[in-house]
Write a protein that binds this ligand. Structure first.
Ligand code: GFB
Length: 310
């Protein structure tokens, strides 16, 4: 990719979009138009079409989405389904009509069946029922993949789709009702330490297993795929290792320095029992994650302390 090529990262204020912009700027890309939600409402079809007609980006990374953890997904299926369908339909269509030369659509490991084989190969898509807590979001993401594949088949568009595993890092959402587990436990451990509390409440049984990828690794993988991957077949992006929620909670307490007990709120859902992506395809192309989980958690905690703790 030429450093002056115009690259539009949709969702640049989010966890993923922010990491993509940091990475692109570090690499010397200098033609990165930015629009936040107030400047451009991605749910507004004609505003999105006009933006693409005026700006004509060469490359688009679709990182704009309504996202949230298990509780938000479970509580607001209408919003997760409708908003994500609107955002992605508007951007993908406008990108095609404006002649974008390549688009990267970001999906998620929750698109795979609840009881998919582990680690989950790309071929597991649509092989069985989804996990009910994340079904609305997953269906929207599956529709996005299928739309990209349809543009590739019908019009020869170079629209690719990457499925990211559970992500974390600076800029994450630390709201306890809507966040994902890693950010939530970092905040809870920090607050428990500050209050000198004896226990920290963790949702579910602690038995589910998840794979966690630092968002800077995801951004690196996205740039790699933009350079090297031109297939409409989906490709998994993960680190290749998973841990149980109990182990994650213990690791976070250790990094934060909270030495109280863990208490389990089993009224909250566990979600899917395991979500570990098979990353053979990505490794075969020559990309691997580099940020160890403990180091990534320590760096994210540092970011939390500097930006949000007070
Ligand atoms: O990260 P998380 O919300 O989403 O939850 P999923 C992962 C696991 O951590 C679940 C447990 O078993 C939760 O019950 N957990 C424990 C907690 N304590 C907490 C807590 O304080 N907060 C949260 N949030 N969880 C998501 C989907 O599923 O996966 C999204 O909801 C998205 O759609 C994402 O696709 C990748 O991993 O279960």
């Amino acid at each position: 990719m030429d450093k002056s090529e115009k690259i539009f990262v949709a969702g640049y204020r989010g966890l993923v979009g922010g990491a993509l912009i940091r990475r692109l700027e570090e690499k010397g890309f200098n033609n990165l138009p930015k629009r936040d939600r107030v400047q451009l409402d991605f749910e507004d079809e004609s505003a999105v079409a006009k933006f693409f007609r005026d700006e004509k980006p060469a490359i688009v990374i679709l990182a704009a989405a309504r996202v949230g953890g298990i509780k938000a997904n479970n509580d607001f299926p209408v919003e997760f389904l409708l908003e994500n369908l609107r955002i992605q339909n508007n951007i993908i269509r406008a990108a095609h009509e404006a002649g974008v030369r390549k688009l990267l659509f970001l999906g998620s490991s929750c698109i795979y069946p609840k009881l998919a084989p582990q680690p989950i190969p790309e071929t597991a898509l649509l092989g069985g029922p989804l996990e009910p807590t994340g079904e609305a979001y997953a269906i929207a993401k599956i529709a996005g993949i299928k739309l990209c594949q349809a543009y590739a088949r019908e019009y020869g568009a170079n629209f690719i789709s990457a499925m990211a595993t559970n992500l974390y890092g600076p800029n994450d959402n630390f709201d306890l009702e809507t966040s994902h587990v890693l950010a939530a436990l970092l905040r809870k451990a920090h607050e428990a330490k500050m209050r000198k509390a004896h226990e920290l409440i963790v949702w579910g049984s602690g038995k589910p297993r998840r794979e966690f990828l630092h968002v800077d690794d995801l951004a690196s993988a996205c740039l790699f795929l933009l350079e090297k991957y031109d297939s409409p077949e989906i490709i998994n992006v993960g680190c290749g290792e998973d841990i149980s929620i109990r182990e994650l909670a213990e690791l976070i307490c250790d990094v934060v320095g909270f030495d109280g007990e863990l208490a389990w709120d089993t009224t909250k859902p566990d979600g899917t029992p395991r979500k570990l992506l098979d990353v053979t395809r990505l490794h075969g192309l020559g990309w691997q994650a580099t940020i160890p989980l403990r180091e990534g958690i320590a760096q994210t905690y540092d970011w939390f302390l500097k930006n949000l703790a007070h």
